[in-house]
Design a protein around this ligand. Structure first.
Ligand code: CS2
Length: 533
Protein backbone atom coordinates (compact mmCIF):
# COMPACT_ATOMS: atom_id res chain seq x y z
CA UNK A 1 0.00 0.00 0.00
CA UNK A 2 1.25 3.50 -0.73
CA UNK A 3 1.96 6.01 1.99
CA UNK A 4 -1.05 7.90 0.64
CA UNK A 5 -3.33 5.34 2.26
CA UNK A 6 -3.41 5.22 5.99
CA UNK A 7 -3.76 1.95 7.91
CA UNK A 8 -7.45 2.51 8.48
CA UNK A 9 -8.13 2.90 4.75
CA UNK A 10 -6.07 -0.18 3.93
CA UNK A 11 -7.85 -2.42 6.41
CA UNK A 12 -11.23 -1.09 5.24
CA UNK A 13 -10.36 -2.02 1.66
CA UNK A 14 -9.18 -5.47 2.70
CA UNK A 15 -12.52 -6.14 4.40
CA UNK A 16 -14.59 -5.35 1.28
CA UNK A 17 -15.90 -8.13 -0.97
CA UNK A 18 -13.63 -8.80 -3.93
CA UNK A 19 -15.00 -8.10 -7.41
CA UNK A 20 -16.15 -11.37 -9.00
CA UNK A 21 -19.26 -12.75 -10.71
CA UNK A 22 -21.20 -13.07 -7.48
CA UNK A 23 -20.34 -9.72 -5.95
CA UNK A 24 -20.84 -7.91 -9.23
CA UNK A 25 -24.35 -9.26 -9.52
CA UNK A 26 -25.21 -7.55 -6.22
CA UNK A 27 -23.45 -4.27 -6.94
CA UNK A 28 -25.61 -1.29 -7.93
CA UNK A 29 -22.83 0.32 -9.99
CA UNK A 30 -22.65 -2.67 -12.32
CA UNK A 31 -26.36 -3.44 -12.46
CA UNK A 32 -27.30 -5.33 -15.61
CA UNK A 33 -23.72 -6.15 -16.68
CA UNK A 34 -23.28 -9.46 -18.47
CA UNK A 35 -20.64 -11.85 -17.14
CA UNK A 36 -20.11 -14.88 -19.39
CA UNK A 37 -19.44 -18.28 -17.91
CA UNK A 38 -16.03 -19.81 -17.94
CA UNK A 39 -17.17 -22.86 -19.93
CA UNK A 40 -17.54 -20.59 -22.93
CA UNK A 41 -13.96 -21.19 -24.04
CA UNK A 42 -14.65 -24.80 -24.95
CA UNK A 43 -16.77 -23.55 -27.82
CA UNK A 44 -16.02 -19.90 -28.31
CA UNK A 45 -13.20 -18.65 -30.49
CA UNK A 46 -10.14 -17.51 -28.60
CA UNK A 47 -7.42 -14.91 -28.68
CA UNK A 48 -4.31 -15.81 -26.72
CA UNK A 49 -2.63 -12.67 -25.45
CA UNK A 50 1.05 -12.75 -24.50
CA UNK A 51 2.08 -10.12 -21.94
CA UNK A 52 -1.13 -9.26 -20.11
CA UNK A 53 -0.20 -5.96 -18.48
CA UNK A 54 -2.30 -2.88 -17.83
CA UNK A 55 -2.07 -1.73 -21.45
CA UNK A 56 -3.71 -4.84 -22.87
CA UNK A 57 -6.46 -4.68 -20.28
CA UNK A 58 -7.25 -1.05 -21.15
CA UNK A 59 -6.91 -1.45 -24.92
CA UNK A 60 -7.26 -4.72 -26.87
CA UNK A 61 -9.47 -6.33 -24.21
CA UNK A 62 -11.85 -3.35 -24.38
CA UNK A 63 -11.96 -3.51 -28.19
CA UNK A 64 -12.66 -7.25 -27.97
CA UNK A 65 -15.49 -6.77 -25.51
CA UNK A 66 -16.99 -4.00 -27.64
CA UNK A 67 -16.65 -6.24 -30.72
CA UNK A 68 -18.52 -9.02 -28.90
CA UNK A 69 -21.25 -6.57 -27.96
CA UNK A 70 -21.52 -5.28 -31.53
CA UNK A 71 -21.79 -8.87 -32.81
CA UNK A 72 -24.53 -9.61 -30.33
CA UNK A 73 -26.64 -6.68 -31.41
CA UNK A 74 -25.98 -7.34 -35.11
CA UNK A 75 -27.95 -10.04 -36.87
CA UNK A 76 -24.96 -12.01 -38.22
CA UNK A 77 -22.71 -14.13 -36.00
CA UNK A 78 -24.61 -13.20 -32.86
CA UNK A 79 -23.05 -16.16 -31.08
CA UNK A 80 -19.50 -15.24 -31.93
CA UNK A 81 -18.32 -14.24 -28.47
CA UNK A 82 -14.54 -14.17 -28.29
CA UNK A 83 -12.66 -14.95 -25.10
CA UNK A 84 -9.11 -14.01 -24.23
CA UNK A 85 -6.60 -16.30 -22.55
CA UNK A 86 -4.10 -13.95 -20.92
CA UNK A 87 -0.50 -15.04 -20.48
CA UNK A 88 2.06 -13.48 -18.16
CA UNK A 89 5.53 -14.41 -19.30
CA UNK A 90 7.24 -13.75 -15.97
CA UNK A 91 5.40 -12.61 -12.88
CA UNK A 92 2.25 -14.07 -11.33
CA UNK A 93 0.87 -10.72 -10.18
CA UNK A 94 -1.83 -10.28 -12.87
CA UNK A 95 -2.94 -13.91 -12.40
CA UNK A 96 -3.30 -13.19 -8.67
CA UNK A 97 -5.32 -10.10 -9.47
CA UNK A 98 -7.68 -11.54 -12.08
CA UNK A 99 -8.13 -15.29 -11.53
CA UNK A 100 -9.83 -14.93 -8.12
CA UNK A 101 -12.09 -12.32 -9.76
CA UNK A 102 -13.33 -14.70 -12.52
CA UNK A 103 -11.25 -12.62 -14.96
CA UNK A 104 -13.37 -9.55 -14.24
CA UNK A 105 -11.89 -6.09 -13.71
CA UNK A 106 -12.78 -2.46 -14.19
CA UNK A 107 -11.41 0.05 -16.66
CA UNK A 108 -11.67 3.51 -15.11
CA UNK A 109 -11.69 6.22 -17.77
CA UNK A 110 -10.57 9.55 -16.40
CA UNK A 111 -11.45 12.67 -18.32
CA UNK A 112 -13.70 15.57 -17.45
CA UNK A 113 -15.83 12.88 -15.80
CA UNK A 114 -14.95 9.39 -14.55
CA UNK A 115 -16.50 6.37 -16.29
CA UNK A 116 -16.33 2.77 -15.05
CA UNK A 117 -16.46 -0.11 -17.52
CA UNK A 118 -16.60 -3.71 -16.35
CA UNK A 119 -14.51 -5.98 -18.58
CA UNK A 120 -15.56 -9.60 -18.91
CA UNK A 121 -13.62 -11.04 -21.86
CA UNK A 122 -10.61 -12.43 -20.03
CA UNK A 123 -11.20 -16.12 -19.44
CA UNK A 124 -8.18 -16.66 -17.22
CA UNK A 125 -4.56 -15.74 -16.83
CA UNK A 126 -1.80 -18.31 -17.17
CA UNK A 127 1.64 -17.71 -15.71
CA UNK A 128 4.09 -19.09 -18.26
CA UNK A 129 6.87 -20.26 -15.88
CA UNK A 130 4.30 -22.15 -13.75
CA UNK A 131 2.04 -23.40 -16.55
CA UNK A 132 4.26 -23.76 -19.60
CA UNK A 133 2.35 -26.74 -20.99
CA UNK A 134 -1.01 -25.04 -20.55
CA UNK A 135 0.26 -21.98 -22.45
CA UNK A 136 1.51 -24.17 -25.30
CA UNK A 137 -1.79 -26.08 -25.31
CA UNK A 138 -3.80 -22.85 -25.57
CA UNK A 139 -1.58 -21.53 -28.35
CA UNK A 140 -1.96 -24.82 -30.24
CA UNK A 141 -5.72 -25.19 -29.63
CA UNK A 142 -8.01 -25.38 -32.66
CA UNK A 143 -10.29 -22.67 -31.17
CA UNK A 144 -7.37 -20.25 -31.02
CA UNK A 145 -7.26 -18.17 -34.18
CA UNK A 146 -5.46 -15.05 -33.10
CA UNK A 147 -2.45 -14.24 -30.91
CA UNK A 148 -1.84 -10.70 -29.73
CA UNK A 149 1.29 -9.46 -27.98
CA UNK A 150 2.21 -6.60 -25.66
CA UNK A 151 5.59 -7.79 -24.43
CA UNK A 152 7.24 -4.31 -24.43
CA UNK A 153 10.09 -3.35 -26.70
CA UNK A 154 12.66 -5.47 -24.91
CA UNK A 155 10.52 -8.61 -25.26
CA UNK A 156 11.53 -8.84 -28.93
CA UNK A 157 15.14 -9.58 -27.87
CA UNK A 158 16.38 -7.54 -30.81
CA UNK A 159 19.09 -4.97 -31.31
CA UNK A 160 17.14 -1.70 -31.14
CA UNK A 161 19.50 -0.04 -33.62
CA UNK A 162 18.84 -2.49 -36.48
CA UNK A 163 15.85 -4.65 -35.51
CA UNK A 164 17.54 -8.05 -35.84
CA UNK A 165 17.27 -10.88 -33.31
CA UNK A 166 20.06 -10.80 -30.76
CA UNK A 167 21.08 -14.47 -30.84
CA UNK A 168 23.44 -13.90 -27.91
CA UNK A 169 20.53 -12.77 -25.68
CA UNK A 170 20.62 -15.15 -22.67
CA UNK A 171 16.87 -15.94 -22.85
CA UNK A 172 17.09 -16.69 -26.58
CA UNK A 173 20.06 -18.96 -25.97
CA UNK A 174 18.11 -20.68 -23.21
CA UNK A 175 15.04 -21.18 -25.41
CA UNK A 176 17.09 -22.59 -28.28
CA UNK A 177 18.23 -25.48 -26.09
CA UNK A 178 15.01 -25.80 -24.01
CA UNK A 179 12.33 -25.36 -26.65
CA UNK A 180 9.73 -27.46 -24.79
CA UNK A 181 10.01 -25.07 -21.83
CA UNK A 182 10.54 -21.67 -23.39
CA UNK A 183 10.87 -18.37 -21.54
CA UNK A 184 10.43 -15.81 -24.31
CA UNK A 185 7.39 -14.96 -26.41
CA UNK A 186 9.48 -15.89 -29.45
CA UNK A 187 10.26 -19.35 -28.05
CA UNK A 188 6.58 -19.90 -27.18
CA UNK A 189 5.42 -18.90 -30.64
CA UNK A 190 7.91 -21.11 -32.45
CA UNK A 191 7.20 -24.15 -30.26
CA UNK A 192 3.42 -23.66 -30.49
CA UNK A 193 3.55 -23.26 -34.27
CA UNK A 194 5.63 -26.42 -34.51
CA UNK A 195 2.90 -28.21 -32.50
CA UNK A 196 0.13 -26.74 -34.64
CA UNK A 197 1.84 -27.93 -37.82
CA UNK A 198 2.36 -31.42 -36.33
CA UNK A 199 -1.31 -31.55 -35.31
CA UNK A 200 -2.54 -30.25 -38.66
CA UNK A 201 -4.06 -27.10 -37.17
CA UNK A 202 -4.82 -23.95 -39.17
CA UNK A 203 -2.28 -21.11 -39.13
CA UNK A 204 -2.63 -18.16 -36.77
CA UNK A 205 -2.88 -14.41 -37.25
CA UNK A 206 -0.30 -12.89 -34.90
CA UNK A 207 -0.59 -9.21 -33.99
CA UNK A 208 2.14 -7.17 -32.39
CA UNK A 209 0.68 -4.38 -30.26
CA UNK A 210 3.92 -2.86 -29.02
CA UNK A 211 5.24 0.61 -29.77
CA UNK A 212 7.71 -0.41 -32.44
CA UNK A 213 7.83 0.55 -36.11
CA UNK A 214 6.65 -2.20 -38.48
CA UNK A 215 6.00 -4.24 -35.35
CA UNK A 216 4.47 -7.16 -37.28
CA UNK A 217 7.45 -7.31 -39.63
CA UNK A 218 9.84 -7.08 -36.69
CA UNK A 219 8.08 -9.93 -34.91
CA UNK A 220 8.17 -12.02 -38.08
CA UNK A 221 11.89 -11.31 -38.51
CA UNK A 222 12.84 -12.36 -34.97
CA UNK A 223 10.54 -15.42 -35.05
CA UNK A 224 11.98 -16.57 -38.38
CA UNK A 225 15.55 -15.97 -37.22
CA UNK A 226 14.86 -18.11 -34.16
CA UNK A 227 12.95 -20.80 -36.10
CA UNK A 228 15.80 -21.04 -38.63
CA UNK A 229 18.10 -22.05 -35.79
CA UNK A 230 15.60 -24.76 -34.76
CA UNK A 231 14.72 -26.07 -38.21
CA UNK A 232 14.96 -24.15 -41.51
CA UNK A 233 11.95 -26.03 -42.93
CA UNK A 234 9.82 -24.92 -39.98
CA UNK A 235 10.94 -21.35 -40.62
CA UNK A 236 9.83 -21.67 -44.24
CA UNK A 237 6.37 -22.98 -43.21
CA UNK A 238 5.95 -20.10 -40.77
CA UNK A 239 7.02 -17.63 -43.42
CA UNK A 240 4.58 -19.06 -45.99
CA UNK A 241 1.47 -19.69 -43.86
CA UNK A 242 1.43 -17.53 -40.74
CA UNK A 243 0.44 -13.88 -40.79
CA UNK A 244 2.37 -11.35 -38.72
CA UNK A 245 0.24 -8.26 -38.53
CA UNK A 246 1.45 -4.74 -37.75
CA UNK A 247 -0.77 -2.55 -35.62
CA UNK A 248 -0.67 0.98 -34.25
CA UNK A 249 -2.02 1.03 -30.72
CA UNK A 250 -2.79 4.15 -28.74
CA UNK A 251 -4.15 4.71 -25.26
CA UNK A 252 -2.40 6.30 -22.30
CA UNK A 253 -2.44 3.87 -19.38
CA UNK A 254 -0.65 5.00 -16.21
CA UNK A 255 0.36 2.39 -13.63
CA UNK A 256 -2.55 1.80 -11.24
CA UNK A 257 -1.98 3.44 -7.87
CA UNK A 258 -3.32 2.52 -4.44
CA UNK A 259 -5.31 5.73 -4.50
CA UNK A 260 -7.07 4.48 -7.67
CA UNK A 261 -7.99 1.23 -5.91
CA UNK A 262 -9.24 3.09 -2.88
CA UNK A 263 -11.33 5.52 -4.92
CA UNK A 264 -12.98 2.59 -6.69
CA UNK A 265 -13.78 0.89 -3.38
CA UNK A 266 -15.36 4.06 -2.05
CA UNK A 267 -17.52 4.31 -5.18
CA UNK A 268 -18.66 0.71 -5.39
CA UNK A 269 -18.21 -0.99 -2.02
CA UNK A 270 -16.05 -3.64 -3.75
CA UNK A 271 -12.33 -4.16 -4.06
CA UNK A 272 -10.91 -4.71 -7.54
CA UNK A 273 -7.27 -5.81 -7.55
CA UNK A 274 -7.14 -5.86 -11.36
CA UNK A 275 -8.40 -2.32 -11.98
CA UNK A 276 -6.73 -0.18 -14.63
CA UNK A 277 -7.05 3.56 -15.20
CA UNK A 278 -6.86 5.25 -18.55
CA UNK A 279 -7.97 8.22 -20.64
CA UNK A 280 -11.21 8.34 -22.67
CA UNK A 281 -9.26 8.26 -25.97
CA UNK A 282 -8.32 5.00 -27.67
CA UNK A 283 -7.19 4.12 -31.18
CA UNK A 284 -6.20 0.92 -32.97
CA UNK A 285 -5.10 0.74 -36.60
CA UNK A 286 -4.63 -2.83 -37.83
CA UNK A 287 -3.04 -4.14 -40.99
CA UNK A 288 -5.77 -6.14 -42.69
CA UNK A 289 -4.10 -9.44 -43.50
CA UNK A 290 -5.73 -12.05 -41.27
CA UNK A 291 -5.42 -15.69 -42.28
CA UNK A 292 -8.44 -16.91 -40.31
CA UNK A 293 -11.25 -15.74 -38.06
CA UNK A 294 -10.90 -12.63 -35.93
CA UNK A 295 -13.00 -10.61 -33.47
CA UNK A 296 -15.06 -7.91 -35.18
CA UNK A 297 -12.67 -5.24 -33.93
CA UNK A 298 -13.69 -3.00 -36.82
CA UNK A 299 -17.22 -2.86 -35.39
CA UNK A 300 -15.65 -1.65 -32.15
CA UNK A 301 -13.91 1.29 -33.81
CA UNK A 302 -10.59 -0.22 -34.90
CA UNK A 303 -9.43 0.87 -38.32
CA UNK A 304 -8.44 -1.96 -40.66
CA UNK A 305 -6.10 -0.70 -43.35
CA UNK A 306 -3.83 -2.03 -46.06
CA UNK A 307 -0.76 -0.21 -44.79
CA UNK A 308 -0.33 0.78 -41.17
CA UNK A 309 3.19 2.15 -41.44
CA UNK A 310 2.33 5.85 -41.81
CA UNK A 311 0.02 5.64 -38.77
CA UNK A 312 2.74 3.94 -36.72
CA UNK A 313 5.39 6.50 -37.60
CA UNK A 314 3.08 9.41 -36.91
CA UNK A 315 2.13 8.04 -33.50
CA UNK A 316 5.57 6.80 -32.48
CA UNK A 317 7.21 10.13 -33.23
CA UNK A 318 4.55 12.71 -32.36
CA UNK A 319 3.07 11.00 -29.31
CA UNK A 320 5.80 8.72 -28.02
CA UNK A 321 8.68 11.02 -29.08
CA UNK A 322 7.04 13.91 -27.22
CA UNK A 323 6.31 11.57 -24.30
CA UNK A 324 9.97 10.56 -23.95
CA UNK A 325 10.92 14.25 -24.13
CA UNK A 326 8.43 15.01 -21.35
CA UNK A 327 9.81 12.07 -19.38
CA UNK A 328 13.55 12.94 -19.32
CA UNK A 329 13.20 16.72 -19.16
CA UNK A 330 10.28 16.49 -16.74
CA UNK A 331 11.88 13.95 -14.43
CA UNK A 332 15.07 16.00 -14.16
CA UNK A 333 13.00 19.15 -13.63
CA UNK A 334 11.43 17.45 -10.61
CA UNK A 335 8.03 16.91 -12.24
CA UNK A 336 6.36 13.70 -11.17
CA UNK A 337 3.51 13.54 -13.67
CA UNK A 338 3.13 14.31 -17.39
CA UNK A 339 0.40 16.85 -16.65
CA UNK A 340 2.73 18.66 -14.19
CA UNK A 341 5.15 19.15 -17.07
CA UNK A 342 2.38 20.48 -19.30
CA UNK A 343 1.15 22.85 -16.58
CA UNK A 344 4.59 24.48 -16.51
CA UNK A 345 4.54 27.17 -19.22
CA UNK A 346 8.26 26.99 -19.89
CA UNK A 347 8.34 23.21 -20.29
CA UNK A 348 5.05 23.09 -22.18
CA UNK A 349 6.43 25.58 -24.74
CA UNK A 350 9.48 23.39 -25.20
CA UNK A 351 7.39 20.25 -25.71
CA UNK A 352 5.22 22.05 -28.22
CA UNK A 353 8.32 23.16 -30.09
CA UNK A 354 9.66 19.59 -30.12
CA UNK A 355 6.38 18.17 -31.38
CA UNK A 356 5.42 20.78 -33.93
CA UNK A 357 8.65 22.30 -35.18
CA UNK A 358 11.11 19.45 -34.82
CA UNK A 359 9.22 16.13 -35.05
CA UNK A 360 6.34 16.97 -37.35
CA UNK A 361 8.46 17.83 -40.44
CA UNK A 362 9.80 14.24 -40.35
CA UNK A 363 6.31 12.70 -40.46
CA UNK A 364 4.40 11.70 -43.59
CA UNK A 365 0.84 12.32 -42.53
CA UNK A 366 -1.47 9.37 -43.33
CA UNK A 367 -4.41 10.23 -45.52
CA UNK A 368 -7.55 11.02 -43.58
CA UNK A 369 -5.68 12.53 -40.63
CA UNK A 370 -6.04 16.24 -39.91
CA UNK A 371 -2.64 16.77 -38.42
CA UNK A 372 -3.29 20.08 -36.69
CA UNK A 373 -6.22 18.54 -34.84
CA UNK A 374 -4.16 15.43 -34.10
CA UNK A 375 -1.37 17.50 -32.49
CA UNK A 376 -3.78 19.68 -30.54
CA UNK A 377 -5.48 16.56 -29.27
CA UNK A 378 -2.12 15.10 -28.20
CA UNK A 379 -1.28 18.22 -26.21
CA UNK A 380 -4.71 18.11 -24.58
CA UNK A 381 -4.25 14.42 -23.73
CA UNK A 382 -0.87 15.16 -22.10
CA UNK A 383 -2.60 17.93 -20.16
CA UNK A 384 -5.21 15.60 -18.62
CA UNK A 385 -4.74 16.42 -14.93
CA UNK A 386 -6.97 13.54 -13.85
CA UNK A 387 -4.46 11.02 -15.20
CA UNK A 388 -1.52 10.41 -12.89
CA UNK A 389 1.00 9.33 -15.51
CA UNK A 390 4.49 9.33 -14.05
CA UNK A 391 7.42 10.71 -16.01
CA UNK A 392 9.48 7.93 -14.41
CA UNK A 393 7.22 5.26 -15.97
CA UNK A 394 7.79 6.64 -19.48
CA UNK A 395 11.53 7.12 -18.88
CA UNK A 396 11.95 3.36 -18.38
CA UNK A 397 13.70 1.36 -21.10
CA UNK A 398 14.86 4.44 -23.00
CA UNK A 399 17.43 2.38 -24.89
CA UNK A 400 14.59 0.42 -26.47
CA UNK A 401 12.36 3.42 -27.12
CA UNK A 402 14.57 6.29 -28.27
CA UNK A 403 15.58 4.88 -31.69
CA UNK A 404 12.07 4.85 -33.21
CA UNK A 405 10.81 7.84 -31.22
CA UNK A 406 13.56 10.44 -31.63
CA UNK A 407 16.73 9.06 -33.24
CA UNK A 408 14.91 8.60 -36.58
CA UNK A 409 13.83 12.25 -36.34
CA UNK A 410 17.43 13.38 -35.81
CA UNK A 411 18.42 11.22 -38.77
CA UNK A 412 15.79 12.92 -40.89
CA UNK A 413 17.18 16.36 -40.02
CA UNK A 414 20.77 15.26 -40.63
CA UNK A 415 19.78 14.07 -44.09
CA UNK A 416 17.81 17.18 -45.04
CA UNK A 417 20.22 19.75 -43.53
CA UNK A 418 23.67 18.14 -43.08
CA UNK A 419 26.07 19.54 -40.48
CA UNK A 420 23.43 21.59 -38.75
CA UNK A 421 21.70 21.29 -35.44
CA UNK A 422 19.30 24.21 -35.74
CA UNK A 423 16.26 22.13 -36.75
CA UNK A 424 16.55 19.67 -33.90
CA UNK A 425 18.05 21.82 -31.15
CA UNK A 426 15.32 21.04 -28.60
CA UNK A 427 15.45 17.30 -29.29
CA UNK A 428 19.21 17.54 -28.69
CA UNK A 429 18.41 18.78 -25.19
CA UNK A 430 16.35 15.62 -24.66
CA UNK A 431 19.42 13.57 -25.56
CA UNK A 432 21.54 15.69 -23.19
CA UNK A 433 18.94 15.03 -20.47
CA UNK A 434 18.92 11.30 -21.27
CA UNK A 435 22.74 11.25 -21.03
CA UNK A 436 22.39 12.68 -17.54
CA UNK A 437 19.38 10.50 -16.62
CA UNK A 438 21.21 7.22 -17.22
CA UNK A 439 23.79 8.18 -14.56
CA UNK A 440 21.09 7.29 -12.00
CA UNK A 441 21.68 10.55 -10.11
CA UNK A 442 19.23 13.42 -10.46
CA UNK A 443 20.19 17.08 -10.80
CA UNK A 444 19.97 17.53 -7.03
CA UNK A 445 22.51 14.75 -6.57
CA UNK A 446 20.03 12.15 -5.30
CA UNK A 447 20.33 8.59 -6.62
CA UNK A 448 17.43 6.77 -8.30
CA UNK A 449 16.96 3.44 -10.04
CA UNK A 450 17.44 3.50 -13.84
CA UNK A 451 15.26 0.76 -15.30
CA UNK A 452 16.71 -0.23 -18.64
CA UNK A 453 18.23 -3.44 -20.05
CA UNK A 454 21.45 -1.48 -20.67
CA UNK A 455 21.40 0.35 -17.31
CA UNK A 456 24.63 -1.25 -16.07
CA UNK A 457 26.58 -0.62 -19.26
CA UNK A 458 25.41 2.99 -19.43
CA UNK A 459 26.42 3.58 -15.80
CA UNK A 460 29.85 2.08 -16.49
CA UNK A 461 30.28 4.56 -19.35
CA UNK A 462 29.42 7.34 -16.91
CA UNK A 463 31.99 6.17 -14.40
CA UNK A 464 34.66 5.84 -17.08
CA UNK A 465 34.20 9.40 -18.40
CA UNK A 466 33.34 11.30 -15.19
CA UNK A 467 34.38 14.94 -15.53
CA UNK A 468 34.81 14.86 -19.30
CA UNK A 469 31.42 15.91 -20.70
CA UNK A 470 32.27 15.66 -24.37
CA UNK A 471 33.89 12.21 -24.20
CA UNK A 472 30.98 10.99 -22.10
CA UNK A 473 28.36 12.24 -24.57
CA UNK A 474 30.35 10.73 -27.46
CA UNK A 475 30.61 7.36 -25.71
CA UNK A 476 26.91 7.27 -24.83
CA UNK A 477 25.61 8.40 -28.22
CA UNK A 478 27.93 6.11 -30.12
CA UNK A 479 26.85 3.06 -28.14
CA UNK A 480 26.06 0.93 -31.18
CA UNK A 481 23.23 -1.36 -30.00
CA UNK A 482 21.09 1.71 -29.31
CA UNK A 483 22.23 4.36 -31.76
CA UNK A 484 24.02 2.43 -34.51
CA UNK A 485 26.16 4.91 -36.44
CA UNK A 486 23.75 7.82 -36.46
CA UNK A 487 25.97 10.08 -34.35
CA UNK A 488 29.23 9.05 -36.02
CA UNK A 489 31.01 12.04 -37.66
CA UNK A 490 28.26 14.38 -36.49
CA UNK A 491 30.54 16.82 -34.71
CA UNK A 492 28.12 19.76 -34.87
CA UNK A 493 25.41 17.76 -33.13
CA UNK A 494 27.76 16.22 -30.60
CA UNK A 495 29.16 19.68 -29.78
CA UNK A 496 25.68 21.02 -29.13
CA UNK A 497 24.57 18.06 -27.00
CA UNK A 498 27.84 18.21 -25.02
CA UNK A 499 27.34 21.92 -24.37
CA UNK A 500 23.76 21.32 -23.26
CA UNK A 501 24.90 18.43 -21.06
CA UNK A 502 27.61 20.63 -19.55
CA UNK A 503 25.09 23.40 -18.94
CA UNK A 504 22.89 20.93 -17.04
CA UNK A 505 25.85 20.06 -14.81
CA UNK A 506 26.65 23.73 -14.18
CA UNK A 507 23.14 25.11 -13.65
CA UNK A 508 21.62 21.90 -12.23
CA UNK A 509 18.43 23.19 -13.77
CA UNK A 510 16.30 22.26 -16.78
CA UNK A 511 14.59 25.72 -17.01
CA UNK A 512 17.93 27.55 -16.89
CA UNK A 513 19.35 25.30 -19.60
CA UNK A 514 16.25 25.83 -21.73
CA UNK A 515 16.71 29.59 -21.39
CA UNK A 516 20.44 29.44 -22.04
CA UNK A 517 19.78 27.79 -25.41
CA UNK A 518 16.71 29.95 -26.19
CA UNK A 519 14.52 26.89 -26.62
CA UNK A 520 11.19 28.08 -25.25
CA UNK A 521 10.10 30.30 -28.10
CA UNK A 522 6.32 30.43 -28.53
CA UNK A 523 4.97 28.05 -31.16
CA UNK A 524 1.91 28.83 -33.19
CA UNK A 525 0.51 25.42 -34.07
CA UNK A 526 -1.68 26.67 -36.87
CA UNK A 527 1.12 28.62 -38.57
CA UNK A 528 3.71 25.88 -38.19
CA UNK A 529 1.45 23.05 -39.25
CA UNK A 530 0.24 24.91 -42.32
CA UNK A 531 3.86 25.55 -43.26
CA UNK A 532 4.41 21.78 -43.30
CA UNK A 533 1.29 20.88 -45.22
C1 CS2 B 1 4.57 5.77 -23.22
C2 CS2 B 1 3.53 4.87 -23.88
O1 CS2 B 1 5.50 4.54 -21.44
C3 CS2 B 1 5.69 4.99 -22.57
O2 CS2 B 1 6.75 4.85 -23.14
O3 CS2 B 1 5.07 6.66 -24.16
O4 CS2 B 1 3.18 3.80 -23.09
C4 CS2 B 1 2.28 5.68 -24.28
O5 CS2 B 1 1.57 6.09 -23.14
C5 CS2 B 1 1.37 4.87 -25.17
O6 CS2 B 1 2.08 4.43 -26.29
C6 CS2 B 1 0.16 5.71 -25.60
O7 CS2 B 1 -0.50 5.05 -26.62
Amino acid sequence: MSKALDDQQSSKMASLPRLNKQSVALCQTFKGEHTPTRLDTSVSPKVVHLGIGAFHRAHQAVFTQDANAAQQTGSKNANEQWRIIGVSLRSNSVAKQLNPQDGLYTVVEKGTSTQLKLINVIDRVLVAPESTDAVLTELSCSNTHVVTLTITEKGYCHDPANGTLNLTHPDIQYDLVNLTRPKTAIGFLVKAIQNRIDQGRAPLSILSCDNLPNNGELLKRVVLAFATQVDPELAQRICDDYSFISTMVDRIVPATSDDDLHEFSTMTGLSDHGLVTTEPFKQWVIEDKFVGRRPAWDLAGALLVEDVHAFETMKLRLLNGSHSSIAYLGYLAGKRYVSDVMQDANLAALIKRIMIQEILPSVDVPSGIQIQKYCEQLLARFNNVHLKHQTYQIAMDGSQKLPQRLVRVIEYHLQTTPNQSEHCKAICLVFAAWCHYVSGIDLQGDPFDVQDPYAETLKEIHIKFTGDARSLVVALLRFEPIFGQVFLNQEVLIDLISEQYQMLQTTKSIPKTINAFCLNTAVNIHKDVCKDE
